[in-house]
Ligand binder design. Structure first.
Ligand code: SAM
Ligand code: DTB
Ligand code: SF4
Length: 327
């Protein structure tokens, strides 16, 4: 199937509404056409600057205005970042993602220190990913020049629903940053969260926007909301695994070349549920027992599941010239 950048919500709805069994079969078939279905990219996440964020994202435990258990910390020292990246590499992660609870990057000494971290992690031969909030064109260029491979900046939901979740910035701000990322040569990692009280139409609307990017985002994280005490979305019911599988399958079908990441929310999913997500085209996870501030399955637990399912961690892209191990 050719890549398309003009999907309508109605067309995507038709896919989403196909009977579950047919939807998963179709997504699995598309997945096999474009990816090795046994390879899963394993990324490790580190919060390099935790809490105290001025934004009001209703889902986020790091927003200063909500009373959560997250404690505000300063930017981590370089040595701790390196230690964490080395550990992640030893564990088999090929991508290292550094997150900061910032609204936007400022041109100050903290940014200079992040650029140093990027260079140090790059030197470990890992794909470096950053998620630092909004960027100017110049900041995006500086990150790219320091060796950032991917920049994560989620749309989170549809444009229509955005105002219900965040009031301190606009959908257009997100799109502007993504434009700067694309222009800088970094790859785009952008997706969203389900289970925030949005309609199915909102989920599909987000996919319409993501598929309109040419090229499509290289990575598309699909997060299930992790409801955190103290945030406005604390009492949202856990998203059903069927909804998660349907969202992953639909994403896989409309963005066949992208890496689809089964992101936050895995601690609430059974092994069988996650297996269905992999069947339906998810080919990336965050590994390690912590996401940014909330728990994630333990690394060994994930490797056990990989063994059961016959999955193998994907090698870092930079080393792809080396023949992949026989799978
Ligand atoms: N501050 C930067 C920003 O907002 O772009 C980077 C870090 S922010 C925590 C990265 C992403 O984490 C958000 O866009 C959101 O999709 C996801 N996220 C945050 N809290 C979450 C939660 N409770 N459940 C699921 N995903 C969450
Ligand atoms: C993404 O889409 N999910 C990750 C990553 N990008 C940065 C973050 C999930 C955060 C979950 C809540 C927390 O641990 O604070
Ligand atoms: Fe801040 Fe990012 Fe959390 Fe929003 S999602 S409150 S911008 S850390």
């Amino acid at each position: 199937m050719n890549l398309r950048y003009n999907w309508t919500k109605e067309e995507i709805r038709e896919i989403y509404d196909t009977p579950f069994i047919d939807l998963v079969y179709r997504a699995a078939s598309v997945h096999r056409e474009h990816h090795n279905p046994r390879e899963v990219q394993v990324s490790s996440l580190l919060s390099i600057k935790t809490g105290g964020c001025p934004e009001d994202c209703a889902y986020c435990p790091q927003a200063a205005r909500y009373h959560t258990d997250v404690e505000v910390e300063k930017l981590l020292p370089l040595s701790e970042v390196i230690k964490s990246a080395e550990k992640a590499k030893l564990g088999g992660a090929s991508r290292f993602c550094m997150g900061a609870a910032w609204r936007e990057v400022r041109d100050n000494s903290d940014f200079d220190r992040v650029l140093e971290m990027v260079e140090a992690v790059n030197a470990l031969d890992m794909e470096v990913c950053c998620t630092l909030g909004m960027l100017t064109e110049d900041q995006a260029k500086r990150l790219a020049a320091s060796g950032v491979y991917a920049y994560n900046h989620n749309l989170d939901t549809s444009e229509e629903h955005y105002g219900e979740i965040i009031s301190t910035r606009e959908y257009g701000d997100r799109l502007d940053t993504l434009k700067h990322v694309r222009k800088s040569g970094m790859t785009i990692c952008s997706g969203g969260i389900i289970g925030m009280g949005e309609s199915i139409d909102d989920r599909l609307g987000m996919l319409v926007t993501l598929t309109s990017f040419n090229p499509h985002p290289e990575s598309v994280p699909i997060n299930a909301l992790v409801p955190v005490k103290g945030t406005p979305l604390a009492d949202q019911p856990t998203v059903s695994i069927w909804e998660m599988v349907k969202m992953i399958a639909t994403t896989r079908i409309v963005m066949p070349h992208s890496v689809v990441r089964l992101s936050a929310g895995r601690t609430n999913m059974s092994d069988e549920g996650q297996a269905l997500c992999f069947m339906a085209g998810a080919n990336s996870i965050f590994a390690g027992d912590k996401l940014l501030t909330t728990p994630n399955p333990d690394f060994n637990e994930d490797m056990e599941l990989f063994k059961v399912l016959g999955l193998v961690p994907k090698k870092a892209r930079k080393r792809e010239t080396v023949k992949p191990e026989a799978v």
